[in-house]
Design a protein around this ligand. Structure first.
Ligand SMILES: *Cc1c(COP(=O)(O)O)cnc(C)c1O
Length: 237
């Protein structure tokens, strides 16, 4: 069956609402981010016409090429690793950086933001599965290292983000989402800060993430269909 973007968007929003209700949460407290990496501006514009406002990209170069072609009211989230030499390009494009994955990167973003006279809303990426291949803070190091990020004046850290290990069923991702929430609760208590945001859940498991407290779900394939990657490209920057 071939659904229009409008129909797919309605369906995802409805599933988010149902999951929120199961967890006795307000559906308005959850932001759907349409992850539009590899999608052409025409597809993004069509989803925007259907009412979608928040979009996610994982590569700065690609975002820089596409964003100027699209309506100015859209809000952009960087969900992939940020290379230090791209910070200056990234800051004016993105309203939120979900992927502060090291103290060094946080400090570099703070420095560039200071030079540019900007403040940056950002999340700390946690390697919840403790996978050697993945970037992000290890849960054990998080409390000590996060304090250094909270001290950076140009960085407004509002929460945590994770990409859990690939699992065969959505339900198997639940322990990782729960872990991110508990890490957040612990940090809030320790540092006496408000960290309202939890960016977690993708096409296959966003409902479970909502049940576990997600504030932002990042959905690509379920909205746009399968991604077609140009040959030779990488999945992350
Ligand atoms: C690609 C991507 C997504 C979306 O993944 P889907 O499975 O297509 O929904 C979400 N988060 C990040 C960090 C991504 O890179």
């Amino acid at each position: 069956m071939n659904f229009s973007y409008h129909e797919r968007l309605d369906l995802i929003q409805e599933r988010i609402q149902l999951a929120a209700r199961r967890a006795r949460r307000l559906p308005e407290s959850i932001t759907l981010i349409a992850v539009s990496k590899t999608q052409p501006p025409e597809a993004i514009a069509e989803l925007a016409r259907a009412g979608q406002i928040h979009f996610g990209e994982n590569r700065v170069q690609e975002a820089k090429a596409k964003i100027p072609c699209l309506p100015g009211h859209l809000q952009w989230h960087l969900v992939g690793h940020l290379q230090k030499n791209k910070i200056r390009h990234a800051l004016p494009l993105f309203g939120m950086i979900h992927s502060i994955d090291s103290v060094e990167l946080g400090e570099a973003v703070d420095r560039v933001a200071d030079e540019m006279g900007l403040t940056v809303r950002a999340l700390i990426e946690v390697n919840v599965g403790e996978e050697g291949s993945k970037i992000g803070f290890s849960p054990d190091d998080l409390p000590a290292l996060a304090e250094r990020l909270f001290g950076l004046r140009r960085l407004e850290i509002s929460g945590l983000m994770c990409v859990p290990p690939a699992v065969s069923e959505a339900e198997h991702a639940r322990p990782f989402f729960r872990k991110l929430r508990l890490l957040r609760d612990d940090l809030e208590q320790r540092c006496r800060l408000a960290l309202p945001d939890l960016s977690m859940g993708m096409s296959n498991d966003f409902e479970v993430a909502v049940e576990e407290g997600a504030s932002h779900v990042r959905v690509g394939t379920a909205l746009f269909g399968e991604r077609v990657r140009p040959p030779g490209s990488q999945t992350e920057e």
